[in-house]
Design a protein around this ligand. Structure first.
Ligand code: GLN
Length: 485
């Protein structure tokens, strides 16, 4: 049962060939055997999972069907799970048990999914490797000396190591696509507003969006179909019906116009193996009947600067709520000011960096020079994408210029860490959707990801393009840690 994909397991559950309790026990045993090394889960909720599985088995026995009914999944430690420690990778939320479920967690529970536990993340989603988690560092299942990517590194590693059939992450600047690429799994970042952010712990509110991980495109699509949707508690969530994403996977991409932005292939520091694999993937799309069009996203050279100005500004505002009064632990000092100050000492180094940068760019003297200009430049980038999508249906590029790096390699140089996100942040700044799908391995056996981007709310076209590519290649049959390993 370990090596089944999510949709294969679901079919077996519905046919009555296996039970959800058995699938859940299998995953819990996998976690017990392997997560000591991989460290993908921060909290495992075995008891709750087995109770949810027993309930799912009752629903299945009554003839109920559902995209995730009885399927064991994991969720990022940033998504409020009622009564379960939800700590955002931060000591400032240590032991915080939310009194409610995030919208996406509600959706999972109603659908009858089994939640195995909370997966590791960089503190508040700030990072690209999970090295900024205050609790543990997750390992890449393909090579444990390398990072799994971040910030949803625990979610990606859990799927790659077959310790969940699917997982949820969040993607503010690439945190679903990057770890998916590094771990050789599929990661989907839907359009901003497609999924309600209610109960997703905020990092940068104009960029945050919940995304899904699966071993295959269909698995990630099945997860998305369950968690997507309008919710009046998130004023930015979009009120349009959720399509049947799995039904959109026809594998037919004849005539699909695929844009290749020249700016995404000239970057210094691009690995040769990444460039070769991504170019081969684009040729494959062409062989499948797609039309390849060279395009330009002229302002993409500014994307990283725009992103790190806007994301830090929003983060400094969002993190202001952690004062020891409303959430999590409190360190008591001699008065209110002192208590707040001491409590905020619980923030880790990267969260502090971001708070200081964000406060600086929003301060009276610098607002116009930095934050104001970043907003204007963001509009130019949005316009670039709008223009591009007049001519193409999807855009193809690398997810990241390199494959998974070694632990410690980028910790002492924030710019190096930030550069990891160079190809992912533009999508968050514009209003498009995107994903990463495995497209090969480098000479050291580390996975490479092809990034596909789609126009606003065009998830069906996006997923189908990825599906066509996936079905025509063998990468999704490769398994980092198959059963018995
Ligand atoms: N690595 C990026 C950052 O640190 C993106 C994080 C994310 O998408 N949550 O901001």
């Amino acid at each position: 049962m370990v090596d089944l994909t999510l949709t294969e397991l679901r079919d077996k559950l519905q046919a009555g060939d296996v039970s959800s309790v058995a699938a859940t026990e299998t995953m819990l045993a996998r976690i017990a055997d392997h997560d000591g090394e991989i460290q993908s889960y921060v909290t495992v909720t075995a008891e709750e999972a087995l109770a949810q599985a027993a309930e799912a088995d009752r629903r299945l026995a009554a003839g109920e069907k559902g995209a995730l009914l009885g399927v064991p999944v994991g969720i990022k430690d940033l998504l409020c799970n009622k009564g379960v420690p939800t700590q955002a990778g931060s000591k400032i939320l240590e032991g915080f048990r939310p009194p409610y479920d995030a919208f996406v967690v509600q959706q999972l529970k109603e659908a009858g999914a089994v939640i195995l536990g909370m997966t590791n993340t960089d503190e508040f989603g700030m990072g690209s490797s999970t090295e900024f988690s205050a609790y543990q560092t997750s390992k890449n299942p393909w090579n444990v000396e390398h990072v799994p990517g971040g910030s949803s590194g625990g979610s990606a590693a859990a799927v790659a190591a077959n310790m969940a059939y699917g997982t949820l992450g969040t993607d503010t600047g690439g945190s679903v696509r990057l770890p998916a690429s590094y771990c050789g799994v599929v990661g989907v970042r839907p359009t901003y507003g497609r999924v309600s952010r209610w109960g997703a712990i905020a990092y940068a509110s104009s960029l945050d969006q919940v995304g899904t991980f699966g071993r295959t495109v269909q698995d990630a699509a099945a997860m998305l179909g369950v968690v997507a949707g309008y919710d009046e508690r998130d004023s930015t969530s979009i009120k349009t019906p959720v399509p049947d994403y799995e039904a959109a996977l026809t594998g037919d991409i004849k005539g699909l116009r695929v844009g290749v932005p020249k700016e995404y292939f000239v970057q210094d520091g691009m690995d040769e193996d990444v460039a070769t694999s991504v170019r081969a993937a684009i040729a494959k799309l062409e062989a499948l009947g797609a039309e390849i069009v060279e395009i330009s996203i002229p302002h993409s050279q500014y994307a990283l600067s725009i992103y790190y100005l806007i994301a830090t500004a929003e983060a400094s505002s969002n993190l202001g709520r952690y004062d020891g009064v409303r959430y999590g632990p409190r360190v008591t000092g001699k008065d209110v000011i002192d208590s707040t100050r001491r409590t905020r000492g619980l923030f880790g180094p990267e969260a502090k960096n971001r708070i200081m940068l964000g406060t600086f760019v929003l301060s009276a003297g610098y607002y116009d020079a930095y934050y104001g200009r970043a907003l204007k430049a963001r509009t130019l980038l949005i316009n670039d994408f709008k223009e591009a999508f007049k001519h193409v249906d999807v855009i193809a590029a690398p997810t990241c210029p390199s494959t998974a790096f070694r632990f410690g390699e980028r910790m002492n140089d924030p710019i190096q860490m930030y550069l990891t996100d160079i190809y992912t942040v533009s999508l968050n700044l514009s209003a498009s959707c995107g994903l990463s799908v495995p497209c090969g391995f480098d000479r050291d056996g580390l996975p490479i990801g092809l990034q596909l981007m789609g126009n606003t709310l065009q998830e069906e076209t996006l997923l189908n393009a990825a599906y066509a590519y996936e079905q025509a290649t063998e990468w999704h049959h490769k398994n980092a840690m198959p059963a018995g390993s």
